[in-house]
Design a protein. Structure first.
Lengths: 263, 302
């Protein structure tokens, strides 16, 4: 595959929404299973890390610790729901259920199918955040209404992690090898992206790595500005970084999947 | 009326191997056209080219008057495809499978729901309307896939091994349905390696091997042209072989049987009884299987 084909703009039609709608339909049908994890997760994080560890930490930069990690909980959920939807979820639909084969036997193209999967991954993130927000608000650890901006932010971040996940799905030899990005990329990112402690506490080199290679760093920073709220012009840098990376990776992931499925 | 499919010098290569190696064929409106051949002959690859799933390497191909390279969505909107692998959506019931699939063709939901009920009846699955896919037997799944291929009222139905692994009842139901669809004016293209299926269903067929078309014609013409009318089979023994050599009848030996192709099995049988005293003898009409084995060879292909 040449660089030209890897970065070629894919032709995606309105039919991508049909794939999105199919996934939504399944999601709604099993809504009970899908509704509780974000609910429970918010409680678990807040009580264990926020109230447990937070009692010892007190505050960071004048912000109560539990308020400091609340946006990180949101950002990590955005990352996990989109990334895992577009890795394990998409891989199962592609390889085991042969759903993509069935879809491309209709007017849908493979570009439509993958674009629909990416949009769906982002939608999962939005839903996750929308369910968590009331819990966090009830605990009084985020401020309203600025925190509502977390919802559009979840879409941008969700699309970014959906595209990252789909790139791995495009090149993984099997389902098991998806564990590599899950443990070697997602797990370190969860811990070292300014989530549970400020990056400034670590040697400067960690900060550079996080800013350059860990997309979560930018999402957490932008999310935190919204929930505290404490906006600064830096949010524009974080947003531009995410939009640029998302744009490029959406294109690359569609082309990788096309190469994988169309022979 | 313009042909439904025109393929000229159609080629598909993967690296250095040619899966489809320069084939020519034309499919006319209203006919059932078959692709026959051993495993790996290139049948499924040809179907992938026709269904706009794989791009061709070279040659020309027109499906419903359009080029799969440039107008895949417009072609696929008018195709009904039954794949070899069962790829029904396991997250949905039978009815929801059809309705969701119809959605991919931009068919409005209420119209799709009505069509889905009609089609479930057509493949005799109305009792399974709200049953999950994993509760269906293999035959039911194949029938549901046939129904799914019909949701968009296609002009051309393409089936890859439609009856693979089915019991006789399920096969007969599918055959009967395909004949009915043909009677309604549909064009059908199918692959199979069941020779009785091909002989029974196809108006015309090709036999493929190693990516090439060996012969093209109607089942009856192919049998007449490449084998003959009737076949007499007797057991293979030294006495029979020496006796046959003496009478001057042409024969071929396949394992434990000796085969004689003839226009009059009666005459050959009489000669054999009078001169050779065979222990076991069968006379039968020549079939497509004889053509197939003659052209594609008797050795196992992997």
């Amino acid at each position: 595959m040449t660089l030209m084909t890897l970065f070629a703009i894919p032709r995606v039609s309105y039919r991508a929404w049909k794939v999105w709608y199919r996934n939504l339909f399944v999601f709604i049908r099993t809504w009970k299973v899908n509704f509780f994890p974000p609910f429970i997760e918010a409680f678990l994080y807040l009580s264990a890390i926020g109230l447990g560890i937070g009692t010892y930490v007190g505050s960071i930069d004048g912000i109560p610790y539990v308020n400091f990690i609340a946006p990180a909980i949101l950002a990590i959920s955005v990352m996990n729901s989109a990334f895992f939807e577009c890795t394990y979820g998409s891989y199962v639909r592609m390889y085991y259920q042969k759903s993509f084969d069935a879809m491309i036997a209709t007017p849908l193209s493979i570009e439509d199918v993958i674009a629909g999967e990416l949009l769906w991954g982002a939608t999962r993130s939005v839903m996750y955040v929308a369910i968590m927000l009331p819990v966090l608000a009830a605990f009084g650890v985020i401020s309203l209404p600025a925190s509502l901006l977390a919802i559009p932010l979840a879409f941008i971040g969700g699309l970014m992690f959906a595209a990252i996940g789909m790139c791995f799905t495009g090149i993984t030899p099997g389902l098991e090898t998806l564990n590599y990005p899950a443990y070697l990329f997602i797990t370190p990112m969860t811990l070292f992206s300014g989530t549970f402690f400020p990056l400034a506490l670590l040697p400067a080199v960690f900060g550079y790595i996080a800013v350059l290679f860990f997309p979560l760093t930018h999402l957490v920073a932008a999310m935190r500005m919204c929930t505290i709220p404490d906006f600064s012009p830096a949010i524009l840098v974080h947003l531009s970084w995410m939009v640029a990376v998302t744009g490029v990776l959406c294109i690359v992931s569609i082309n990788l999947m096309k190469r994988r499925l169309i022979v | 009326m313009p042909p439904v499919i025109i393929a000229e010098e159609l080629k598909k290569t993967y690296g250095t191997t040619s899966a489809v190696d320069g084939i020519h064929f034309t499919v006319h409106k209203g006919e059932i056209f078959g692709f026959l051949g051993p495993n790996g002959a290139g049948k499924t690859t040809t179907m992938k080219l026709l269904t706009c799933v794989s791009p061709r390497t070279s040659g020309t191909l027109q499906v419903l008057g359009m080029d799969p390279d440039t107008e895949p969505a417009a072609i696929k909107a008018r195709l009904g495809i039954v794949p070899q692998e069962t790829n029904l959506d396991p997250d949905f019931t039978c009815h929801a499978n059809l309705v969701t699939y119809a959605g991919y063709f931009d068919i409005p939901r209420d119209q799709a729901a009505k069509k889905a009920d009609e089609l479930l009846e057509f493949v005799q699955l109305q009792d399974k309307r709200d049953v999950a896919i994993d509760k269906l037997s293999g035959g039911m799944k194949r029938r549901l896939i046939l129904a799914r291929a019909l949701v968009n009222s296609p002009d051309l139905l393409i089936l890859d091994e439609p009856t693979i692994g089915l019991d006789p009842q399920a096969r007969h139901l599918i055959w009967e349905r395909l004949k009915l669809l043909q009677a309604q004016g549909n064009t059908v293209v199918l692959t199979t390696h069941y020779l009785d299926e091909a002989a029974r269903l196809c108006d015309r067929l090709v036999i493929m091997d190693n990516g090439r078309i060996l012969v093209l014609g109607s089942p009856a013409d192919l049998v007449k042209e490449h084998v003959g009318d009737e076949i007499v089979e007797v057991e293979h023994s030294i006495e029979i072989v020496t006796c046959l050599e003496k009478t001057g009848i042409r024969f071929e030996i396949f394992g434990d049987t000796v085969q004689i192709v003839t226009t009059s099995a009666r005459d050959v049988a009489r000669t054999l009884f009078e001169h050779c005293q065979p222990k076991k003898m069968i006379t039968r009409p020549a079939t497509l299987e004889d053509v197939f084995l003659k052209l594609a060879g008797r050795t196992l292909k992997e």
